[in-house]
Design a protein around this ligand. Structure first.
Ligand code: PBG
Length: 329
């Protein structure tokens, strides 16, 4: 039979392809992760993340204005903490005048409408590089959650719109939600890293913040007792549903590309926005291949971001956000 339907008809020209495109990317889709350091006039490139920088507060202000001008309206803040401020309990994280708290205020001062999201986890503040307090060689769950709740309140007090716990302790969303309600922060949203896998793709991020688990006897060498096993799928659904029940407003899958099956499954299962974190190792991989001339940086970047959106992401945290928005406009 002569084909009545020729699928290539809808691919015949650029205009036609645009007409029938199913997935659209816009600046509104992105969260921009930013790394903040103490000091003045600092913009230091992260060795394993080419073209990505640690910024002091003055440069953070400049960067945020530029992002806003490009239509990027959300930032996700991370801080690099000096070694002498780190301890087992992450005490510095609660300092009302700490770097995170000042970074939040800096962004809100220069750009009040910019959505400020903050990383809530102990690892940048932990002398052991773990997301929780350590006792007898184990990462304590409930005591850690209490600190995370205090940290969240401290971020909300400084002006954060969204707190983003990235630690994977059990029950921490409920503990954080209760603390925020008790302190009157009814409108502070929680974006929970719900399905966060124990991934080797976080390496460059740990370089950026100097936050890798330390190699000391009796201290866990990895995060596998709290982050998820990458072999598991049903567990991601359980984690995500529990976080929503506990009060998460947005849930997240992390990393991105290797986990798009999980993203689709969760998108089909839940009724809250789903975020995906395209993590540091994914960024580094493409940068390295492009530097060698083995991959076309911009083309592969867009293909990856569209794939993440097509898989079901409503929000994408990406180190490529700026590059992508430049290309899209
Ligand atoms: C830590 C945290 C990590 C990332 C975000 N928050 C690393 C880790 O869990 O060790 C990784 C982000 C990235 O790799 O881009 N709480």
């Amino acid at each position: 039979m002569y084909p009545l339907r020729r699928n290539r008809r809808l691919r015949v020209s650029e205009s036609m392809r645009h007409l029938v495109r199913e997935t659209v990317l816009s600046p509104n889709d992105f969260l921009v992760p930013l790394f903040v350091v103490e000091g003045k006039n600092i913009k230091e490139e992260i060795a394993s993340m080419p073209d990505y920088y640690r910024l002091s507060l003055d440069n953070l202000a400049i960067e945020v204005k530029e992002l806003w001008g490009m239509g990027l309206k959300s930032v996700l803040l991370f801080v690099k903490v000096a070694d002498d401020l780190k301890d087992n309990k992450g005490t510095e994280a609660l300092n009302p005048n700490g770097l995170m708290q000042r970074a939040i205020k800096t962004v809100k001062d220069v750009c009040p409408e910019m959505l400020v999201m903050t990383d809530v986890a102990l690892d940048p503040f932990s002398s052991f590089g773990h997301d929780g307090i350590i006792e007898n060689g184990r990462v304590l769950n409930d005591k850690t959650s209490e600190v995370l709740a205090e940290m969240s309140v401290s971020h909300a007090e400084a002006g954060a719109d969204v707190v983003a716990p990235s630690d994977m302790m059990d029950g921490r969303i409920l503990t954080i939600r209760e603390a925020l309600e008790d302190e009157g922060f009814y409108n502070t949203a929680i974006m929970s890293y719900s399905a966060k896998y124990a991934s080797a793709f976080y390496g460059p991020f740990r370089d950026a913040l100097d936050s890798a688990p330390v190699d000391i006897q009796d201290i866990p060498k990895d995060k596998k007792t709290y982050q998820m096993d990458y072999a598991n799928r049903y567990e991601a659904i359980k984690e995500t549903e529990m976080d929503i029940d506990e009060g998460a407003d947005i849930v997240m899958v992390k990393p991105g590309l290797c986990y798009l099956d999980i993203v689709r499954e969760i998108r089909n299962d839940v009724d809250v926005p789903v975020a995906v974190y395209q993590v540091s190792g994914e960024y580094a991989m493409l940068k390295a291949a492009a530097e060698k001339g083995w991959l076309d940086h911009d083309a592969v970047m867009l293909e990856q971001l569209y794939a993440i959106k097509r898989a079901g992401a409503n929000i994408i945290a990406s180190y490529f956000a700026k590059d992508a928005v430049k290309l899209l406009s």
